[in-house]
Design a protein. Structure first.
Length: 267
């Protein structure tokens, strides 16, 4: 029986001065950010702020429950859901089309060009897209749907490109070696591998677009957001409370449905 061997831990790697300087710079930047902002914490947590907040929140109760108003909320909720669903479907379709060249399947030039387009589309927030498109398409849900679609194309196109790149190329190469058409080889090998991940991405973006669609109405793109802006601007707090409750219920319902669909697809 051999005697127990003693093992020594390796020496701790030395921290470079550049790493120390970088960490110190980040800490100083954070401290400078707090110092430069006019944070009035004593006023925010003061007794006057608390009294004003309670008085403001009392104006929201009780929520408006008149049948005619609830019918308007139902129509606006359906409009918000339609905006998010149509915008996400358009984005998923074009995301696949742009994601293919962005994954490098058609050469380096096409990859760089399409990734630049995707970076441009997703770098502009939905509210900015909606503000621009309202000039061309006018007020209403059409501009909001286009705004959601354009921003989401940039997001899903990049995610789909990453999914195509990470897929195993062996099944498609085997089919093409045996004389299968390239399009058929992609549809029967690579796409089935990536489809669960792509559907998960699409459902997740649909959840985000539900929230975004509810906010786009603030700039006049229809839906619950437009109702909320209208009633808040008139200080009709009880009606605004009903719209906020409808938003919360809609988002919770969509989150639950999306979660169940993702679990069904990943089993």
């Amino acid at each position: 029986m051999t005697p127990a061997q003693t093992y020594t831990l390796p020496q701790r790697p030395r921290m470079r001065w550049s790493t120390v300087a970088l960490l110190a710079g980040i800490v100083l930047l954070v401290l400078a950010s707090f110092a430069s902002l006019p944070l009035k914490l004593h006023e925010f947590f003061g007794a006057e702020a608390l009294r004003t907040s309670i008085e403001f929140l009392r104006g929201f109760s009780p929520p408006e429950m008149a049948p005619a108003f609830l019918k308007k909320i139902g129509i606006a909720t359906f409009e918000t859901l339609a905006m998010s669903a149509v915008g996400t479907l358009i984005a998923a379709f074009f995301g696949v089309l742009i994601g293919l060249p962005a994954s490098g399947r058609f050469g380096v030039t096409a990859r760089l060009a399409t990734r630049a387009v995707l970076n441009f589309l997703r770098s502009i927030p939905e509210l900015v897209w909606a503000s621009i498109l309202l000039i061309a398409a006018g007020l209403g849900p059409f501009a909001g749907t286009l705004a959601l679609a354009l921003h989401t194309i940039g997001v899903l196109g990049r995610l789909f490109a990453e999914a195509f790149e990470n897929c195993s190329p062996l099944p498609e190469e085997t089919l093409r070696t045996n004389g299968v058409n390239p399009i058929a080889a992609f549809l029967y090998s690579t796409l089935p591998q990536c489809s669960p991940q792509m559907m998960s991405y699409t459902l997740y973006r649909w959840e985000n677009n539900i929230r975004a669609a509810a906010i786009l109405g603030v700039v006049g793109a229809g839906g619950l957001g437009q109702m909320l802006k209208y009633h808040l601007s008139l200080f009709q707090m009880q009606q605004a409370a009903s719209v906020i409750v409808a938003m919360l219920l809609m988002v919770a319902l969509v989150d639950a449905v999306s979660f169940m669909l993702r679990r069904m697809m990943t089993r």
